[in-house]
Design a protein around this ligand. Structure first.
Ligand code: LLP
Length: 420
């Protein structure tokens, strides 16, 4: 049983059993051909318009994924200086990097300024003043954009909805305007962009367009004040198909945004994460045991919530199949070895009868999979593999116990030393 890769036409297959036996499990596998297809589809949607696709690094920050996207010409949306450094490390252009986030530290702001990235995305008046101070200290002019919270309901999971005033993100339009006026008058601030992001896994276009209209109106007011905004950043959030969702049509998306701008001449920036990498990724685990507690059936795998937390954290449904088997035995929970009842990859799904060594594959795991993984229960984080043009190669080795304890080991005291 093979899953067709997006490049089936060229005859490439993914043999998960072979990958599992070669690289061991748990394992993440990414189809780089699919990443390229998705990046290009989005870039082409804005064809003949000034646009910049800044991939949201947080979705999947593996250096080889970033390098691949940088080579395709992508920019990067970063939410920590660590992510900025990852982007720079793979050769991203400084003028294609933006730095967002509701709580950046002084050190992060300083380093971002020193690296002369395209934009620092400011999310409060207090942060603007802080940034001005830091820029002054460095005798630099900080290019800023301001995240406007347009107060629209993105109609997605509350944990990933960000465009309502009750969410912690951004500032309201009135505050944004005051901040821009302050920035224009400052020697050390240069208003350059305007930004919004209303949530993630969006499958309905209208909230995005509503937000774009509100922010575009503010843009018009700013331009009337001779505040020269060059970048209109519509955030990320394009949803993908995990089960039976419908994706937003990219043509409608681009046209809707251009329509909201009503001819204002700006470069459109978007910050997709999940859209580009989500369905490129597969999480591969091995079955350890199958058991029944009364009537309840459990398939226990070597993959767990520390590897892929989306089902536990958001109740997210990822499709799962057992490689090489397709006759369902009945419903079961797919669970991992972590000591929590919340440790599951799926609940009440139909799966074939499993035996030890079977390989299960969780789909749609390319975004917020590995990047949200942890060492909980002192589990080593998984290996990551790239598939490109039918060839597989390791892009992150599996962690070992020594990796996990390394930051602690030097602080171990002997009982004798403690007694002194
Ligand atoms: N830009 C900003 C300012 C963001 O906050 C985010 C995501 C993105 C772009 C990228 O959004 P995307 O295109 O990937 O939807 N861990 C959650 C998703 C959290 C998203 C946080 N912000 C999940 O697994 O569903």
């Amino acid at each position: 049983f093979f899953v067709k890769s997006s490049h089936f036409k060229k005859g490439y297959y993914m043999d998960f059993k072979e990958l599992a036996s070669k690289y061991k499990t748990p394992l993440y596998v990414y189809d780089f051909n699919y990443i390229k297809e998705r990046y290009e589809a989005l870039k082409n949607a804005f064809y003949a318009r000034k646009s910049l696709v800044c991939y949201a690094v947080k979705a999947n920050s593996n250096l080889s994924v970033l390098k691949f996207l940088a080579d395709l010409g992508a920019g990067f949306d970063c939410v920590s200086i660590g992510e900025v450094k990852r982007a720079l490390m793979v050769g991203a252009k400084r003028y294609q990097i933006i730095f967002s986030g509701v709580g950046k530290s002084d050190e992060e702001l300083k380093e971002a300024l020193e690296n002369e990235i395209l934009l620092i995305n400011v999310e409060s008046f207090a942060e603007l003043l802080r940034l001005e101070e830091i820029a002054k200290g460095l005798n630099l002019k900080a290019r800023i954009s301001i995240r406007v919270n347009p107060g629209v309901d993105a109609k997605t999971h509350p944990y990933i909805s960000t465009g309502l005033n009750e969410n912690k993100f951004g500032v309201d339009a009135q505050t944004a305007k005051k901040m821009y006026i302050h920035a224009k008058a400052s020697e050390f601030l240069e208003p350059t962009g305007i930004h919004f992001h209303i949530g993630s896994q969006l499958t309905s276009l209208s909230p995005i367009i509503d937000a774009a209209k509100i922010v575009s109106e503010l843009l018009r007011e700013l331009r009337a004040l001779e505040i020269d905004i060059k970048f209109f950043d519509v955030g990320g959030g394009l949803g993908i198909i995990y089960n039976d969702e419908k994706e937003i049509n990219l043509y409608d998306y681009a046209q809707g945004i251009l329509g909201a701008l009503k001819g204002q001449d700006v470069t459109i920036v978007c910050e997709p994460g999940r859209f580009i990498v989500g369905n490129a990724g597969y999480f591969v685990a091995s079955v350890l045991y199958e058991k029944f507690n009364g009537k309840k059936r459990f398939v226990i795998t070597d993959g767990a919530m520390n590897d892929l937390i989306r089902p536990s954290l958001y109740g997210a449904h990822h499709k799962i199949f057992v490689d090489g088997k397709d006759e369902n035995l009945g419903t079961c929970d797919v669970v991992g070895p972590v000591c929590e009842s919340g440790d599951f990859l799926a609940k009440d799904i139909n799966l074939p009868e499993c035996e030890s060594g079977d390989v299960i594959v969780v789909k749609g795991a390319g975004a917020y999979g590995f990047s949200m993984s942890s060492n909980y229960n002192t589990r080593n984080r998984a290996a990551e593999v790239c598939l490109l043009d039918g060839k597989d190669r390791l892009i992150r080795r599996r962690e070992c116990f020594e990796d996990v304890v390394a930051p602690e080991i030097e602080f171990l005291e002997s009982a004798d030393a403690r007694a002194k």
